[in-house]
Ligand binder design. Structure first.
Ligand code: PLZ
Length: 443
């Protein structure tokens, strides 16, 4: 290992600073030459273990064989025609797969887009068109994207919303069932939070004015918050009773990441609309809204679309990624990765009182760092541990409203020995950072 970043990356960083807007931040400034199978290689010849998957995108790896083959074949046939002008089979095939794989066996329709934010924004458009209502209910700690409407839906000001207002109206934020921080404890969190949300909707918004309740079935950027048990089913039920569209943002959780095809399945919830992106296409930009046929088809002809949405190369990649997930049973792999990570991180928690909570499902796992004996967030320690991991050659990401969550998102294809090695590096990073905090013994 050279220093991270090494000399060649440092040179590229100088060029980057002169050409790329500084607002687009970089967590770990090593410039990549190749990646796959849980390893990222940089221009200085370093190999890093990848516990980030490009923010939960490359579950199948960064260059999965079926993705590469599909893309190469398609890119040589044609790169684009625009599905709205002259269609092609790949788009239809992806929509068929989405109908097959997303929760529920009802009749479904899909529309394809380019990014998670665009999918979420279109889900809101569909819900409004279908219900003839305007209000959108979202939650504390939610992240839904960086476009103007999705910024209104996103909870956290810094860095996402700061200076970018005004934001779209008719967005109502409700408490989230966050078990670790629920005042009466994790066991009561789900039902109590659901009751609080339902009462607030009834009193402050009016159920008959709500177009959709939009929620991440496990919150991503907000801190890998697995909602208290019963919260999602109670919300889905309330939506059903009141003609409200229940929309799941599965952008981060979808495509096997949590040990199920979609995270709603863990509690048997069938959403009316599902927004997907990230893991859908093995690293190519593609996103989708999939939903009940009668809801999706309530939008007028021509009401949804976009130049690049469902690009044929991205669709070929998606078909390759889905095939990879099925052939290699990566949904089961995610569950195994989760068991290994949770066991190791719970051991870590016993040694480090700063680890307040260990949580997650499948290959979407996190630790929340606090001042020992309290639930006061410790973002400084979180940054220090992340930095120590980076210097040791492990890509880890942070998240959370309070910036105190270290999250682990290895590719679902990561081999066991790399997973174990990565977790050893996490262990060592914690040891180094806690050691640094102690007063040196006098000689
Ligand atoms: N919904 C649940 O996690 C993207 C954002 C990274 P896009 N999360 C990573 C950053 O800092 O911009 C995300 C998500 C959920 C929507 C989105 C938005 O997806 O593809 O980034 O637009």
């Amino acid at each position: 290992m050279t220093d991270v970043p090494g000399p060649r990356s440092s040179q590229l960083l100088v060029r980057r600073e002169a050409a790329v807007a500084r607002a687009v931040s970089t967590m770990l400034p090593v410039f990549v030459t190749r990646a796959g199978g849980g390893v990222i290689e940089d221009v200085d010849g370093n190999s890093l273990i990848d516990f980030g998957s490009g923010i939960a995108v490359v579950g199948v790896g960064n260059a999965a064989a079926h993705v590469v083959a599909g893309v190469q074949e398609q890119v040589a046939q044609f790169t684009h025609t625009c599905f709205m002008i002259t269609p092609y089979e790949g788009y239809v095939a992806v929509c068929e797969e989405l109908a097959r794989l997303t929760p529920g066996d009802h009749e479904k329709r899909s529309a394809l887009f380019n990014s998670g934010a665009e999918a979420v924004e279109n889900a809101v458009k569909v819900a409004r068109a279908h219900t003839g209502r305007q209000a959108v209910v979202v939650f504390d700690h939610a992240y839904h994207g960086r476009t103007n409407l999705t910024l209104a839906l996103t909870a956290k000001n810094m860095p996402y919303k700061h200076t970018f207002g005004p934001f779209a109206p008719e967005v109502y934020r409700m408490p989230m069932a966050y078990p670790y921080r629920w005042p009466t404890g994790p066991d009561r969190c789900g039902p109590e939070a659901a009751a609080a949300v339902i009462s607030a909707i009834d009193k402050q918004v009016g159920a008959e004015d709500v177009a959709c309740v939009l929620i991440e079935p496990i919150q991503g950027e907000g801190g890998f918050v697995v909602p208290g048990e019963g919260f999602l089913p109670a919300l889905a039920e309330y939506c059903r009773e009141n003609g409200i569209v229940f929309a799941a943002d599965e952008v981060q959780t979808g495509f096997g990441r949590t040990g199920a095809w979609f995270a709603c399945e863990h509690e048997g919830v069938v959403p009316d609309l599902v927004a997907t992106a990230k893991g859908i296409a093995g690293g190519l930009p593609l996103a989708a809204v999939t939903g009940r046929a009668e809801i999706m088809d309530s939008v007028h002809v021509g009401g949804l679309g976009g130049t690049f949405g469902g690009n044929p190369v991205a669709c070929a990649a998606a078909l390759g990624a889905i095939r990879t997930i099925e052939e290699q049973d990566l949904v089961a792999a995610a569950r195994r990765i989760g068991e290994v990570m949770l066991a190791r991180l719970r051991q870590l928690q016993r040694r480090h009182p700063a680890v307040g909570d260990v949580r997650g499902r499948g290959a979407m796992v996190a630790v929340e760092l606090v001042e020992p004996g309290t639930t006061t967030p410790d973002p400084a320690m979180t940054q220090a541990v992340a930095r120590a991991c980076h210097s040791a050659g492990l890509v880890v990401l942070t998240c959370g409203t309070f910036g105190n969550v270290l999250r682990f998102l290895p590719p679902l294809v990561i081999p066991d020995h790399l997973l174990a090695e990565g977790l050893d590096l996490v262990d060592q990073a914690f040891a180094a950072v806690s050691g640094r905090g102690q007063v040196a013994a006098p000689v």
